[in-house]
Design a protein. Structure first.
Length: 405
């Protein structure tokens, strides 16, 4: 169930504008926008609505959804489609019945009449709520932080959520990929021109057989935002800083998973799975052959808290997020849920703090010249770099692990 239990995954949505609603007004608007159980007319192919978030059929919105300034709820997406095998069965049954009742009719006329009966029956049954597939995605809206976290695994789900928020809550959301985040950051710092001038960094010569220029294209890191490639550079920079033992307020190291793709689009992908994939010979060869990390398993530590997760750098979307185990067992279910909400929001803040630190270096031409030169030397060096590891505080030495929703 994501934020409520087990591991969580989310896409960040920046809140561009939000209405000033009391909690009572918010609950009323959410209740008005649940997915109906049945319809007066045939429903559209897909329909979206809000959910209380406890389970798929939860339609309750009350104080139990509130955690300080945060709202924990759900987003439901229903699709209506008559199964192809059932449609074919109905069609053949109708053709047989009509052929027996009207032996003088032409085959084309019988097929047309049978198809019309199938369409009419499908509309009736879908109006009553049949032939639907439903999914509920956890949503955590941090009203104070101006961000909404939602487990939306597809572009269609993300678009549906954005449309639902705008139409029902007058809430303007924008999916925050690495490039979108960078643009928002640059605008806040008055350095948009520096972002516009940023092109992918050449950390080494192009791989053998490459016939393009001397700057990697990173075509897989250009959509939906042209600067989404910065998410891959962020993972590469983080990898280098970890192995060099750089001291940062938020520490991070690569663990468990590392997916790499050629930045020059001249080679294939590679996926590595081990406790320390970044130190494998395959990872080092990948770097020297122009491959950049696209997704990476990370352990992140900030103060006494730590998390493990897999980060899609381009989308800037974490998956399989595991929380640190609380020092003391919560006395009530509500107390445990409050701790989980706080921990997930803290994880998001730690991730964004790491990325902002990278952007400060990356969008400063002088600093990046020095940083990128260090990365180039690190990539070209033979053998392993330092054996840097995060030191997890004793108070937070264990992790909760449960299955992903």
């Amino acid at each position: 169930m994501g934020f409520r239990s087990g591991r969580a995954a989310w896409q960040r949505f920046r809140v561009k504008s939000a209405p000033q609603l009391t909690d009572t007004e918010l609950f009323a608007k959410l209740s008005e926008a649940v997915v109906p159980e049945s319809f007066d007319v045939a429903p559209p192919d897909t329909i979206a609505g809000w959910s209380g978030g406890r389970h798929l059929l939860d339609r309750t919105f009350d104080a139990d959804n509130l955690f300080g300034d945060a709202v924990l709820m759900g987003f439901r997406l229903d699709a209506f489609k008559l199964p192809a095998d059932l449609r074919l069965a109905w069609q053949l049954q109708n053709e047989e019945a009509l052929g027996a009742a009207e032996p003088g009719s032409s085959k084309s006329a019988i097929r047309k009449a049978a198809r019309e009966e199938v369409d009419d029956r499908a509309r009736r049954e879908m109006t009553s709520g049949l032939h639907r597939s439903s999914r509920m995605f956890p949503v955590l809206w941090d009203r104070g932080g101006g961000v909404l976290l939602a487990s939306t695994p597809s572009d269609a789900a993300r678009t549906a959520l954005v449309d639902l928020a705008r139409l029902t809550l007058n809430l303007e959301l924008e999916p925050e990929s690495a490039g979108v985040f960078a643009e928002s950051f640059a605008a806040s710092q008055g350095i948009l021109r520096d972002l516009e001038d940023a092109t992918p960094t050449s950390f080494g010569p192009p791989p053998r057989g490459h016939e393009g220029g001397q700057v990697p294209s990173v075509g897989w890191g250009r959509a939906p935002h042209p600067h989404d490639f910065l998410g891959a550079e962020f993972l590469l920079d983080l990898w280098c800083r970890a192995e060099r033992g750089a001291e940062d307020e938020v520490e991070a190291a690569i663990t468990e998973a590392l997916d790499m793709r050629c930045a020059w689009e001249a080679g294939g992908d590679q996926g590595l799975r081990s406790t320390t994939p970044a130190r494998s010979p395959e990872a080092r060869r990948g770097l020297k052959n122009g491959k950049w990390p696209r997704k990476a398993g990370l352990m992140i530590a900030s103060g006494l808290e730590h998390w493990t997760l897999i980060l899609d750098g381009v989308r800037f979307a974490p998956n399989s997020v595991r929380l640190p185990e609380p020092a003391e067992r919560p006395e009530t279910e509500r107390e445990g849920l409050e701790a989980r909400v706080d921990a997930f929001l803290s994880c998001d803040r730690a991730l964004t703090k790491l990325y902002r630190g990278f952007l400060e270096r990356r969008l400063d031409a002088g600093r990046w010249a020095s940083e990128s030169a260090a990365i180039k030397r690190w990539i070209s060096a033979d053998g392993q770099s330092s054996s840097f590891e995060i030191e997890v505080p004793r108070e937070a030495s264990a992790s909760v692990e449960a299955k992903q929703d």
